[in-house]
Write a protein that binds this ligand. Sequence first.
Ligand SMILES: Cc1cc2nc3c(=O)[nH]c(=O)nc-3n(C[C@H](O)[C@H](O)[C@H](O)COP(=O)(O)OP(=O)(O)OC[C@H]3O[C@@H](n4cnc5c(N)ncnc54)[C@H](O)[C@@H]3O)c2cc1C
Length: 251
Amino acid sequence: MGVRVEHPQEQIDQIQYHSKERGFLPAASYSMVHQSKLAGKERGVFSFCMCPGGFIVPAATSPDEIVVNGMSPSRRDSKYANSGIVVAIEDQDLKDFDFLGPLAGMEFQASVEKRAWQSVGKGQVAPAQRLEDFIRGTHSPSLNASSYQPGLESVDMSTILPKIINERLKQGFRSFGRKMQGYLTNEAQIIGIESRTSSPVRIPRDKMTCEHQEVKRLFPCGEGAGYAGGIVSAAMDGERCMDHLAQLYPK
Ligand SMILES: Cc1cc2nc3c(=O)[nH]c(=O)nc-3n(C[C@H](O)[C@H](O)[C@H](O)COP(=O)(O)OP(=O)(O)OC[C@H]3O[C@@H](n4cnc5c(N)ncnc54)[C@H](O)[C@@H]3O)c2cc1C
């Protein structure tokens, strides 16, 4: 879970190609990872679904939550480059939600999405903060133009993000800034919340046959069931389940 960061595409082109004029080259992309350390625990912080020349889009499934995602049109020709920057969450990070059993991850996710909505409370207007301001812990008096159509409002993101995400994101961004000179800038801003990178639950199934262990003829598959993350892995998992289903139940 984490945020989306949006830079002017020109800035990413400058960093990657050492020129703002990219000529025939495609809009530049990047892929970053950092191993964060907090209270003796290590967790990955990484870029996810980087969208060169893309848009940040609303992806909530209820009116009282804010979820953002990213996409690039085939020409990758918008003025902006965005990427999810997320922190890995392990079971041990969900202690406060343990009493909910297998749904602990879902409730953790929902609690942050709802807090993001409450921080602004205007439809799908999303909370945002300039990148350097976020690292320094200072309020952004104004925000940059953005590809996010419903609009943005300046919010101190540390009031929304749990500490385990907030602190690790800062470590990650500092590390990315050392690797990509010019990445850490107030010309960039973070927009929340990037919370649907993978399913917070997994429906159990037999490792060999993919069939649910108790409910016959049920084949939990794809992203929602916790077996894929992204278009290709979801499609491949679906094929695999169909093969097993056809073998086990030929008629
Ligand atoms: C804005 C956006 C951009 C993305 N960009 C990328 C990308 O660039 N690359 C990438 O790899 N992935 C991307 N993804 C993720 C990708 O879309 C998913 O990983 C993928 O679609 C998961 O496939 P799936 O078949 O498991 O689930 P889905 O595609 O979600 O399919 C589930 C289907 O089940 C239906 N359904 C739900 N409940 C019921 C019900 N009760 N009864 C009947 N039908 C039901 C839904 O309507 C849906 O059609 C993006 C996602 C979003 C939202």
